[in-house]
Design a protein around this ligand. Structure first.
Ligand code: ZN
Ligand code: ZN
Length: 362
């Protein structure tokens, strides 16, 4: 496991600002990515309580030593039963209301905590917490940049495999292997290699289908480096140039380019989605673009901000996000072009380096 340098104090300061803003006494974190972000603890189970004056990382016995090594600020508290540990910490008498991440607590935990905490009030929150990690610092950007380099290097190495007769799974396995060999600690998500009609499904699972001449092949993949993800999609044509496919590709590429041109600090996320969507609608394929235009990337492969028609966030310098317009023609084929970018004051930097020009592989 990589050893991170100390967590920037700014992160705790932002959590305390949320406490003040919402007038609550403490926040309980159960999402382990948030716990890692705020403390540096990389274990897979635990909880974090941040109050006005206290920072307590709760772990079970498997993680006590690791937590003491990785974490500098917060006190490490060892529990036997997680719920009882949380109740013990929250019931110290000084707290009246505690916020928690609504997406990270299941109903069971909520019921048990409510029962055991008595008068202490639990307040669900989502937006404020989700936005915490959206703007990346230099170190985070360096990790994400490295993850993108690793994935690019791996795809470049396996590109020759994308040809008639090779099965989707064989390409996915080879790509995963290469990413690990190039330095990825894991892959970002199960790699998608979707050929022929499978490419018309946005989240196809690689199967035993062998690539044929005339296929479109969509590869959506990413690497994890020091906890940070990359996410990129390349769409290739195989063997022959098909006019309809090339036209659709060119339309999606234009939507992608226009969205990228519009990205800079201060632009609402909905605006980026609208630009990509308008472009595909103008080409009469709007009904085949069936998902949002993009999403933030960091410790999670999907995190704030969402680039979608109902997103309420505004782009800020330092956000890392994807732009991934697509069209899926049912039962025939699909095209998705996804780059991961860093938002800057006056534009953006594309972090994923594989060329997105229309490419026919032979
Ligand atoms: Zn992707
Ligand atoms: Zn994505």
């Amino acid at each position: 496991m990589h050893h991170d340098s100390p967590v920037p104090p700014l992160r705790m300061a932002r959590v305390r600002a949320i406490l003040h803003e919402l007038d609550i006494d403490a926040l309980l974190f159960l999402d382990m990515k948030n716990v890692r972000y705020l403390t540096g603890f990389t274990g897979s189970d635990g909880a974090l309580v941040i109050g006005e004056k206290q920072e307590i990382l709760l772990v079970d016995g498997r993680y006590t030593n690791q937590a003491r090594k990785e974490v500098e600020g917060p006190r490490v508290f060892e529990y036997k039963e997680k719920i009882d540990g949380i109740v013990a910490i929250l019931s110290d008498g000084s707290l009246r209301s505690v916020g928690f991440e609504s997406q990270a607590m299941n109903v069971n935990t909520h019921l048990k905590l409510t029962e055991k905490l008595g008068a202490l009030k639990l307040n669900p929150m989502s937006d404020q917490i989700g936005a915490l990690r959206a703007v990346k610092d230099e170190k985070e950007i360096a990790y994400i940049r490295r993850a993108a380099e690793i994935s690019c290097e791996a795809l470049t190495a396996v590109r020759d495999l994308i040809k008639p007769g090779v099965r989707e799974t064989d390409i996915a396995i080879e790509l995963d292997f290469r990413m690990r060999r190039c330095g990825a600690e894991q892959v970002s998500f199960p790699t998608i290699v979707a050929s022929g009609a499978n490419s018309a499904q946005p989240h196809a699972q690689p199967g035993s289908r062998a690539i044929e001449n005339g296929d479109i092949v969509i590869i959506d993949y990413g690497a994890v480096y020091c906890g940070y993800h990359s996410d990129e999609t390349c769409t290739f044509a195989v063997g022959v140039k098909d006019k309809k496919q090339e036209e659709a590709y060119s339309l999606v590429k234009t939507a992608h380019d226009r969205a990228l041109e519009a990205v800079k600090a201060g632009i609402p996320c909905v605006e980026i989605d609208r630009i990509a969507r308008d472009c595909i609608e103008t080409g009469k394929l709007g009904k085949y673009f069936t998902h949002g235009t993009g999403h933030g990337v960091g410790l999670d492969v999907h995190e704030a901000p969402r680039i979608a028609s109902n997103s309420e966030m505004v782009l800020e310098a330092g956000m890392v996000l994807t732009v991934e317009p697509a069209v899926y023609i049912p039962d025939l084929w699909g095209v998705r072009i996804e780059d991961m970018i860093l938002v800057k004051e006056d534009g953006c930097e594309v972090l994923t380096k594989v060329s997105k020009d229309f490419t026919v592989l032979h």
